[in-house]
Design a protein around this ligand. Structure first.
Ligand SMILES: Cc1cc2nc3c(=O)[nH]c(=O)nc-3n(C[C@H](O)[C@H](O)[C@H](O)COP(=O)(O)O)c2cc1C
Length: 247
């Protein structure tokens, strides 16, 4: 297949003008996309582009109507800054986050590495994000027109023993904007996070989050959003049956 204009021109230029730093390229791209949706005229133009680019391939999953099957994975727009632009690029849903209850800077740089040989990107970001409160304020103003998933993680400063309360704090701030909630217990970049995958710990966490989602939804007269957890294919364990039921 012939390389696209993006591969031949746009990406090399971006890397060249940003000293080969993958994170700076990412930030610049995000800022441009966010800027495009910031004015009313820009947002309107993006919505018109969206109507043309969106490939309609609707699918209903867990009661959520996705306009197509291609979504933007968590980590690209952690703070929900460029939501109108993702729709215009044809994405059928966006998973914002991973967000934590408290804002945090993440790991020291460099922490994002472009792997030329495999065309991949290595992620050692450490949940850098502006926090659940800032994301809630942004989502309150957004009208993305497609489903939003919200990926929740644990704040680094919160001890593992208080992890459940940390996730619940984010959930309370964000639940009303989430078509689904993704519970992140798989990042290797937050010390100890993966221990929350252990049977009893995961049971406790999921049951607390699912229970809270249901009571918040009932109080707001809405159907509860599904809670999902991404399970790493390399994990030696599998979620317990009670976790699968509670989620
Ligand atoms: C720089 C970077 C940051 C990421 N941040 C997150 C994150 O905050 N939360 C998360 O669940 N996944 C995160 N991911 C993982 C992506 O969501 C995705 O699973 C991964 O890039 C693999 O995507 P692929 O299956 O399309 O190759 C991140 C990935 C990268 C490269």
């Amino acid at each position: 297949m012939r390389p696209s204009v993006f591969d031949r021109l746009v990406r090399p230029t971006l890397y060249q003008t940003h000293g080969g730093d993958a994170e700076r390229v990412h930030e610049r791209t995000l800022a441009l996309l966010a800027g495009a949706g910031r004015t009313a005229a820009g947002a309107q133009a993006l919505e018109q582009v969206r109507r043309r680019t969106l490939v309609p391939d609707p699918v209903r999953v867990f009661g959520i109507d996705f306009p197509n099957r291609v979504g933007l994975a968590a980590g690209m727009d952690k703070n929900g800054r460029a939501l109108p632009a993702w729709g215009a690029l044809g994405f059928g849903h966006v998973e914002v986050g991973t967000v934590t209850a408290r804002p945090q800077p993440g790991n020291d740089r460099p922490r994002m590495f472009a792997l030329d040989a495999s065309d991949g990107v290595l992620n050692r970001m450490g949940f850098n994000n502006e926090g659940a409160d800032a994301l809630a304020r942004r989502l309150q103003q957004a009208r993305p027109g497609y489903p939003i998933g919200i990926s929740l993680g644990k704040s680094k400063v919160t001890p593992l023993a208080q992890a459940t309360e940390d996730y619940l704090t984010s959930l309370r701030q964000l639940h009303r904007y989430a078509d689904y909630v993704a519970i992140n217990v798989s990042s290797p970049n937050t010390p100890g996070l993966r221990s929350l995958q252990d049977g009893a710990a995961l049971d406790e966490l999921l049951q607390a989050l699912v229970g809270q989602t249901r009571s918040l939804a009932a109080a707001g007269g809405r159907a509860p959003s599904p809670c999902w957890s991404r399970w790493p294919p390399t994990s030696p364990t599998r979620p317990s049956p009670s976790c699968s039921r509670s989620a």
